[in-house]
Write a protein that binds this ligand. Structure first.
Ligand code: ZN
Length: 304
């Protein structure tokens, strides 16, 4: 189960890495990407910790959960199971453990290391001190690559869902099971990443449109619908630039719509799935035409 979750984490991170790196040129805000995923024993439930330790080989402190293939972390020779001893010479193994109750799962250590890594990567190349299975420490240098700015994370949950909050994207494990291929998952994540890149949450907040029920009726619904159309459009461009199939958008939504009806798409804020499928298909044709003409894959007119 933990191994399966780690594999799903890597699947999401790999798609996110490709979407965010491929999007450079059509997004305003950037944040460097390394392709490094970290975790810590304390984030797992107490009952799972012995399994987690046996499986992932945590020593004292956080470790590498996975590395996106072809990413700077991969090229630096970092691999799953490496313990992170220091970032730019500053030790991380001494990070305060959550007190007083260490028995509850806590992401505090993981979040702290992620924040320190992000801060270090913002300045450029980073030196990591790593160790594996009690072996000697080794030092590697990672030079991150430019990427569009958005977090993307996987949440274990039985409800099919994906959402964005302006900073990050969350996709549930149930949603992963609904998307058949990486192309389709890229469509779902690309749509939510596009919401963040287009600052939709801030725009809706400024217009006094919350996430509650009352935003779903009347003139406010129209504004929400506009943001949905824009996210679909930019999302498919991100998908195409990342090397995934832009036609997967129409494919996924027509299958999903047929299987689940309008569901959460039935309210006035989301275009009906048939209309959505038609627009996604036309965006895919537009991209195919640009490719055939050797034109850059930039939205028309450029959104940014
Ligand atoms: Zn949306």
């Amino acid at each position: 189960m933990l191994q399966a979750l780690a594999a799903q984490d890597l699947r999401v991170a790999t798609i996110a890495f490709r979407l965010l790196v491929g999007g450079v040129g059509i997004c305003r805000e950037q944040a460097p990407a390394s392709g490094l995923l970290v975790h810590d024993a304390l984030q797992y439930a107490t009952s799972l910790r012995p399994t987690a330790r046996a499986l992932f080989g945590f020593e004292d402190g956080p470790a590498v959960l996975a590395v996106v293939p072809g990413s700077p972390a991969d090229r630096a020779g970092i691999a799953a199971g490496d313990t992170i001893r220091a970032i730019d010479g500053a030790p991380v193994a001494t990070v305060d453990r959550p007190e007083p109750d260490r028995r509850r799962p806590s992401f505090a250590v993981t979040a702290d290391v992620e924040a320190r890594l992000a801060q270090a990567f913002d300045k450029g190349a980073v030196t990591l001190t790593l160790a594996r299975a009690g072996g000697p420490a080794r030092i590697v240098r990672i030079k991150p690559v430019p990427a569009c700015r958005s977090g993307v994370e996987l949440q274990p949950a039985s409800k099919r869902n994906a959402w964005s909050d302006g900073q990050s994207v969350v996709v549930t494990t149930a949603m992963l099971e609904t998307t058949g291929s990486d192309d389709e998952l890229a469509v779902v994540i690309g749509h939510e990443v596009a919401h963040n890149l287009l600052n939709h949450r801030a725009r809706l907040d400024a217009a006094g449109i919350g996430k509650g029920l009352f935003s779903r009726i009347g003139p406010k619904a129209k504004q929400v619908r506009e943001t949905e159309g824009e996210a679909d459009y930019l999302g498919i461009y991100l998908v195409a630039r990342a090397g995934y199939d832009p036609a997967a958008g129409a494919g996924f939504w027509s299958r999903y719509g047929a299987a689940h009806g309008d569901g959460f798409l039935a309210d006035a804020t989301h275009p009906g799935w048939r209309e959505r499928v038609a627009k996604l298909a036309s965006t895919a044709s537009e991209i195919a035409a640009k490719r055939a003409a050797g034109a850059p894959l930039v939205p028309t007119p450029p959104i940014l």
